[in-house]
Design a protein around this ligand. Sequence first.
Ligand code: DLL
Length: 443
Amino acid sequence: MSYFNREIETMPLAQLRALQNERLKKLVQNVYHNIPHYRQVFDEKGLKPEAIKGVEDLPQIPFTYKSALRDNYPFGLFAVPREKAVRLHCSSGTTGKPIVVGYTQNDIEVFAEVVARSLYAAGCRPGMLMQNAYGYGLFTGGLGLHYGAEKLGMTVLPISGGGTEKQIMLMQDFGSEAICCTPSYALTLAEAMKQKGFTPEEIPLKYAILGAEPWTESIRGAVASGLGVAASNIYGLSEIIGPGVSQEDVEESGTGSYIWEDHFYPEIVDKETGDPLPYGKEGVLVFTTLTKEASPVLRYWTNDITSIYYDKSIKRSHIKMGPIIGRADDMLIIRGVNLFHTQVEAALDGIVHLSKNYQLAVSRAGSMDEVEVKVELAPEVFEALSKTTGQVLSHDTVVQAQKQLQIKIKAAIGLSMKVSVLAPQTINRSEGGKLNRILDMRK
Ligand code: DLL
């Protein structure tokens, strides 16, 4: 099959709704009869599965929170016997135990299909060489992108995350045309290649498919100029399927990412009341998996904050979502001020000596919350300074950059924060290459 999947991706809205309604009715019957948790949720509300006739009835159904996956660990939310799942993935939970999701053979095919669609939208074509630098393993990124790229007919290099030297060597030797990784790793690669003296024109990459953590237009700019690529956003979460829930079209850059709504039905709801919000309003993103067999979910509360909207001047009929501007559970309240870490990222924009690799360390001194912004120096600045002084962190240039950031943060956000400038690669990355943006030491 070829991707673009014209029949599905340009399906008239009325037809798409009819398809969603059909799928939803089946899904509700399935979860009611096969997952005790959902039967209990429905019974407690006195809600009959037959009452759900289409997507407009979804608000009658209570949300599914991460806690439901945790409480039913490991396989309690499966709609099929564990033996029918051909694969399991895990993602970190709020406690020590991860949350577990299963995939039937058909789920694996749907997963590959939505990722193949996504990669096509990102500019990838059959025959191109894809360097897959997402972590392979329990994380959905590696295998998710892998199967999708194969399905599209690409040549996949399953190099996984890390090992920057080898990434660069194989990229140059093999001529990788596309790379998928986290935005922070794309920046690391760009910095490393610059240090080695490569110009963007000497890098074979054309496309970068970035996701698994929030990022901004300023990061897009840095990756585009550093690697000489067109970078697009891929979004997803384990509880829904993994990467490929939504994807930005490379030719519609900055206008949002298409949600493949024949499989994943989105809603935006108020983060306090749970009430549905109109298109274009920001709130918590909620998903219902319309076709998942092993781990279906109804109204999964992602905690991701964004908006959804139909964009008329575009190639596909599916709804789009904006960038993730924060997490409902990640929003910090610091001395009464609401704070998203992306606001600090925006303040970093234009401070050339600092990289975009940062972390907010939140602590409490007495009753006052304190935020320390830890930010890594740009590698080339670090190197130049080490050569001249050997005393990187007290150098004037560093102090200046530090002050500049402090002043910008105060002006833009209204908070005074301590800024610490660190050597490159000193902030911890977690499994999958993600940089934890918030280190909350108050709890
Ligand atoms: O991160 C799946 C994925 C892999 C997506 C590779 C894209 C590429 P989880 O580990 O379950 O799954 O984490 C899901 O990561 O709820 C968001 O908060 C965040 N996230 C994922 N993609 C994006 C993105 C994978 N493009 C959680 N922009 C989600 C912002 C993202 N946040």
